[in-house]
Design a protein around this ligand. Structure first.
Ligand code: 3H9
Length: 694
């Protein structure tokens, strides 16, 4: 058998050694790649025939960073900093030629080179905080020296990428080239060799307009945006060292902090989410050969909050969309809201002013359902009622072109029943967006009994195109997310009846890392919707019903579970609500007791884990990681806690099972461990040990 192609190879172009990294798919810096680069650089440095070097990559991208799959093992020499020190110390100029993305260790590699040349479409960034770590290859020391402390702090604490033109303006790359990247890099290397120029970022002083202010601002921003996460604070400390200490000491500190974070529970959770997100898009039986339809035009039926948000997703991604309503007034209201949202984004600097008009122009309003005929995908977002939805689908069946995907945005209803209203159930799928649909990343793709695999493949491709994180789920009441939310909601209600107050329940979840608890969330969403559904189904919820009877529908009426004074969105605990709670507890014959935060957390989260286990047993989610993705991207589960199933595994499933058994004694069936929990715990295993879906 022929030897496999080397991961790093050197070719000569005259007196320039062109070192190519060829490790698909993303040229990550595995041990083998690091060894290859080091050997190539040392050989070129020692070769009297070589005057300069270019480091470039094959394939779709420059280096996407360290190889994350190696993080669970101890670092093996040559570690990245050893490789980069060799480049830095090279006696010959080294030029990095960047295309695609230079991320994490990839950007660090480029920063250790003496020059950086990029194509205009390239992007660079240090996304390590998104994995719960900080750069470990000198990024926190070299980036402030290249771009200044303010820019470096912004990039390292956010983990966001910037484009090549912005990187040029910031001093991170030296040239953005329009034409042949390799040729330009080789020419530059040769020219610099002739000049004998070999500037090293380590020899520069990091600059700051006002360092003290920059660090204080970064800390304040992170306290808001990355509450409870360790990595951003460590990143700030490392950048502080870039101006306060000599380069080598800064590098040392960076490595110590990075190594500590790599071993942390937070980073393990965030890495789990990184891989789970990618796994979720892989569906057994659906592969590259499954034909995915290209969506050239979409249609959305219903211009309410959800429909409008969904139409925005298409318009923002460059997909023309027909927005259908039944009355001119409703259509006008929907369009005005969409415009308002885009204009607000433009005011905040998130969108160019002319982009507002470009996007609005992609939305074609219509009062005639027959106008869906030109669409490759129709998303129904009308009132949440099976009868109404079935009627709409029967109509869609008449008007939509053959082969068009017919999607419902239902959050709880039976997708199979809706599909049965058409003569083409194989074309029907659930596309469950989360509110606000133009912002929230999650898309539950609900696979009906008869949904064609090609429709699932098309939905997955569409999700990627409109910037959503898709998870394929089965048809069951509430699908994955809302089904588990209900399990949590039942306990939230009981806790308040038994002795807790809404503000305590909410604070426990907020402290855990959720953006808000169930009561503040209810007030935000509006309590009247649940009230209406309860009345239709003949159900009651004593406290919530009384709030609604008093017109307390949440933020929109200035009062709900909390008070909202003078149009404020800040919830203020209300003695009137406490009085209702005490009365209803008494009426139910419950002797209220003090409930500690630990019990509240367990009572809220363990039923979710249990419901998640049932969802897995029933095959409604393919993998525990899929459930984690639903909760992180759809409901604000803190990413550094890795989602409910990962959280349970991290606590130990046997301990979770024991606590469930204990709670089941006084709190009933929500806590009786699901058979899957029992089985895994008995075997000393966790959800992570489940075999991959076949
Ligand atoms: C770091 O650099 C630390 C250093 O500072 C210090 C160390 C001491 N490693 O996303 P895709 C896999 S931390 C291993 O679908 P795209 C990915 O799992 C790193 N594997 O493609 C997937 O595998 P599969 C900092 C990786 O085109 C396949 O590649 N860097 C890595 O949509 C394709 O990925 C980052 O955080 C990796 N680093 O997007 C960048 N990256 O096919 C992380 C990807 O089996 N990567 N894979 O499912 C990305 O953001 C995106 O992958 C990228 C391409 C934008 C590059």
């Amino acid at each position: 058998m022929a030897d496999p192609a080397p991961l790093v190879r050197t070719e000569r172009d005259g007196d320039v050694a062109c070192i190519t990294i060829a490790s698909p798919p993303v040229n990550a810096l595995s041990h083998a790649v690091r060894s290859g680069i080091l050997a190539a650089v040392e050989a070129a440095d020692a070769d009297p025939g070589v005057a300069a070097m270019v480091i470039r990559c094959d394939g779709r991208t420059f280096v996407a960073g360290a190889d994350i799959t190696e993080f669970d093992r101890p670092a093996q020499e040559p570690v990245l900093s050893t490789v980069l020190a060799a480049i830095d110390a090279s006696t010959k100029p080294v030029v990095a030629a960047i295309h695609g993305t230079a991320l994490g260790g990839g950007l660090e590699l480029a920063l250790a080179c003496h020059w950086r040349v990029a194509v205009a479409s390239a992007r660079v960034g240090l996304p390590e905080v998104k994995l719960g770590i900080i750069p470990g290859g000198g990024g926190t020391q070299r980036l402030p020296r290249a771009a200044g402390v303010e820019k470096a702090l912004e990039m390292i604490t956010s983990g966001e990428m910037i484009g090549a033109p912005a990187a040029l303006a910031a001093g991170i790359v030296d040239r953005v080239v329009p034409g042949d990247l390799d040729r330009e890099a080789l020419d530059l290397a040769r020219a610099k060799a002739a000049e004998g120029a070999r500037p090293r970022l380590r020899d520069r002083q990091a600059q700051a307009a006002d360092a003290e202010r920059a660090f204080a601002d970064a800390r304040a921003a992170m306290a808001r945006k990355a509450r409870g996460r360790q990595a951003p604070e460590y990143a700030i400390q490392a950048v502080e060292a870039a101006i306060a200490r000599p380069f080598d000491e800064g590098i040392q500190l960076e490595r110590t902090l990075c190594t500590e974070l790599k071993a942390s529970a937070q980073s393990r959770a965030q890495r789990h989410i990184f891989f789970a997100e990618r796994e979720a898009a892989k569906i057994p039986g659906i592969g590259r050969d499954t034909p995915a339809a290209k969506i050239g035009r979409a249609a959305v039926v219903g211009a309410g909050t959800m429909g409008g948000g969904i139409a925005m997703c298409f318009a923002s991604a460059g997909i023309p969309v027909t927005l259908v309503e039944t009355s001119q007034a409703a259509l006008d209201r929907g369009l005005a809201t969409i415009r308002g949202n885009y204009e607000a984004t433009a005011r905040r600097g998130g969108l160019a002013a002319d982009a507002v008009e470009t996007r609005m122009a992609r939305i074609r309003p219509s009062l005639d359902l027959a106008d869906v005929a030109g669409a490759d995908l129709v998303v129904e977002a009308v009132f949440e009622d099976t009868g109404i939805k079935k009627a709409v689908f029967a109509e869609l069946d008449r008007h939509a072109r053959p082969g068009a995907i017919l999607a419902t945005n239902t959050s709880t209803l039976d997708v199979d029943a809706i599909a049965a209203a058409t003569g083409r159930p194989e074309s029907v799928v659930g596309l469950h967006f989360f509110s606000p649909a133009n912002v929230m990343k999650l898309l539950e793709i609900v696979r009906g009994r008869k949904t064609d695999p090609a429709v699932i493949a098309s939905s997955l491709a569409l999700a990627k195109r409109i910037g959503k994180v898709p998870v394929v789920v089965g048809v069951c009441d509430g699908f994955v997310g809302n089904r588990m939310l209900r399990a949590r909601g039942r306990q939230a209600e009981r806790l308040v009846m038994e002795g807790a107050l809404p503000q305590q329940v909410d604070r426990v979840l907020y402290d855990f890392g959720f953006p808000m608890g169930p009561y503040a969330m209810g007030d935000l969403a509006g309590l009247d919707i649940g009230w209406r559904i309860r009345r239709e189904k003949g159900l009651t919820s004593p406290i919530a019903d009384r709030l609604c009877e008093q017109g307390r529908f949440g933020q929109k009426t200035g009062a709900g579970w909390y008070r909202y004074d003078g149009g404020s969105r800040t919830p203020v605990p209300d003695p009137a609500v406490e009085a209702i709670i005490l009365e209803e507890s008494a009426r139910a014959g419950i002797a209220r007791r003090a409930i500690d935060d630990g019990e509240i957390l367990d009572r809220l989260l363990l039923p979710m884990v249990n419901e998640g286990a049932r969802i897995l047993e029933e095959g409604m989610a393919l993998r525990p990681g899929d459930i984690d993705i639903v909760w992180v991207f759809g409901y604000g589960w803190p990413i550094h806690e890795g989602g409910p199933m990962h959280w349970a595994d991290a606590r130990g499933l046997a301990a979770i099972r024991d606590r469930m058994v204990e709670l089941a004694r006084s709190h009933g069936e929500d806590f009786v461990p699901a058979p899957l929990v029992e089985r895994l715990a008995a075997d000393g295993k966790g959800f992570r040990d489940l075999p991959p879906p076949a």
